[in-house]
Design a protein around this ligand. Structure first.
Ligand code: PLI
Length: 459
């Protein structure tokens, strides 16, 4: 194996959790009982769990040691001061508001920064982000470059904002009708695709000129920084933490799911520079999350998050992280399996349209493919297509995204390269008899974020 292309783990294993493969017959019964929704399968019934990289991370010995230093006071916990100081130092924002996870921060930001009827332009939607924007009267408007919707377009920064789309919207509706611009680094549903520093700079310059605020979805900001260093001129020798800091210098604040790039199992926060927005968020956090010094987290969780965020910026960690994901992508690509190119930071996305050309989008090919992967080899993946996209709030019609994908999401520091071999083997075997995959129809469709708990039947 080429150790530069696929570096060895920069950690050794101190504690293990046993996993077990069940039989195909068992898995056929389990997936039927779960309504063909991988979210509804019990963890014990899964061999390799690639449902999400959210909260599924392995913490370090230092984080676990930090858990023992939890100061569980209701107010003014010392772990809060540690977390607040760490985020200010590493992200560069003036104010930090803790929340129980990322969507808690999205809820607060949407409530304080959106007036009903205002637009919220963003580089592709994310499920919970758009939910909170719309629940507060906002209208999501997609400003990602066109190629992000094309699984095969091989570009270094497929997550970039198309500035002409943003300018076109501002010219049409006026800057006063824009709540703020939301830029995700990286873009989850485009395949974990990064945004270039040049693009962040341009968006910031334009928005500042128009008096429009920019908030970043910082959830995978360290992975984004790694791609900037790998691909953008002038960054090859810059430390990751400097790149992260520069990214945020182009924003007025951010929402963060600590469950990803803080390498923890729970937690999040909202960052703001503006004083009046900060006051508004402080007033609201006590309603939805808890005191402004814990925001729904235990003291020990805040300690683990402060330590984890610093660990995420260690060079060896982030290089191994991104390249392990790439390893799985390369295996699948070499086997001829259609995947979203290039491989992003946290997951390999299978192109379900290419994998199941015999299924139409209304037959829910990605949902069916995720279920079939589980049956084939006990590997749990997630649908990221028409089911996740939900319905248009006004017309009630299904959003029909161009990208119909299944996400194989790699938890941080949890699995080895050999596990990736097994996943690739499972998916490749299924690919050889892909015409056996049957489409699905809804049996129960929840009204909000329907992918989490929806149920299906085979056609
Ligand atoms: O799951 P939360 O509430 O901590 O974070 C919400 C959230 C916000 N932004 C982005 C880009 C996300 O990916 C995200 C959560 N993602 C999940 C759960 C995932 O499986 O991708």
């Amino acid at each position: 194996m080429d150790l530069n292309r696929y570096p060895a783990e920069p950690y050794r294993i101190k504690s293990v959790e046993t996993i077990r493969m069940n039989t195909r017959e068992e898995r056929e019964r389990i997936i039927r009982k779960a309504g063909y929704n991988t979210f509804l399968i019990d963890s014990e019934d899964v061999y390799i769990d690639l449902l999400t990289d959210s909260g599924t991370n392995a913490m370090s010995d230092r984080q676990w040691a930090g858990m023992m230093l939890g100061d569980e006071a209701y107010a003014g916990s010392r772990n809060w001061h540690h977390l607040e100081g760490t985020v200010r130092e590493l992200f560069g924002f003036r104010h930090v508001i803790p929340t129980h996870q990322g969507r808690g921060a999205e809820n607060l930001l949407s409530r304080i920064a959106i007036q009903p009827g205002q637009y919220v332009p963003g580089n592709m939607y994310f499920t919970t982000t758009r939910y909170h924007q719309e629940a507060n009267g906002g209208v999501f408007f997609d400003i990602i470059r066109d190629e992000a919707h094309d699984a095969q377009a091989e570009l270094p920064f497929k997550g970039d904002v198309d500035l002409n789309k943003l300018k076109g919207l501002v010219d049409r509706v006026g800057a006063g009708q824009i709540a703020y611009v939301c830029v995700a680094v990286t873009v989850n549903l485009a395949g974990g695709q990064p945004v270039s520093m040049g693009n962040l700079r341009e968006v910031s310059r334009y928005c500042r000129g128009q008096g429009i605020k920019v908030f970043m979805d910082a959830t995978r900001c360290v992975e984004n920084a790694w791609f900037i260093r790998e691909r953008e001129e002038g960054y090859a020798d810059k430390p990751i933490r400097d790149i992260v800091l520069e990214q945020f210098s182009y924003a007025d604040g951010c929402t963060m799911s600590g469950k990803k790039d803080c390498i923890t199992n729970i937690g999040g926060f909202l960052c703001l520079n503006d004083e009046s927005l900060f006051q508004a968020a402080r007033e609201l956090v006590v309603v939805f999350e808890g005191m402004p010094s814990y925001g729904g987290m235990a003291g020990r969780d805040m300690e683990a998050m402060a330590i984890g965020l610093r660990e995420a910026m260690q060079e060896e960690y982030i290089e191994h992280r991104v390249k392990q994901v790439r390893y799985l992508g390369d295996l699948l690509q070499d086997a001829g399996v259609p995947i979203v190119r290039p491989v992003g930071g946290h997951a390999v996305f299978l192109d379900a349209r290419g994998f199941c050309p015999h299924l139409k989008q209304e037959q829910l090919p990605a949902q069916a493919l995720a279920a079939a992967i589980y049956v084939e080899g006990g590997v749990r993946a997630m649908e990221r297509g028409i089911v996740s996209a939900g319905r248009d709030k006004v017309t009630g019609k299904d959003h029909a995204p161009k990208l119909e994908t299944v996400r194989l999401t790699i938890p941080r520091r949890v699995y080895t390269y050999r596990h990736m071999d097994l996943v690739a083997d499972t998916v490749t075997r299924l690919f050889r008899h892909r015409e056996d995959i049957r489409g699905l129809k809804w049996a129960y469709e929840p009204r909000q974020l329907r992918f989490f708990t929806g149920r299906f039947e085979q056609l």
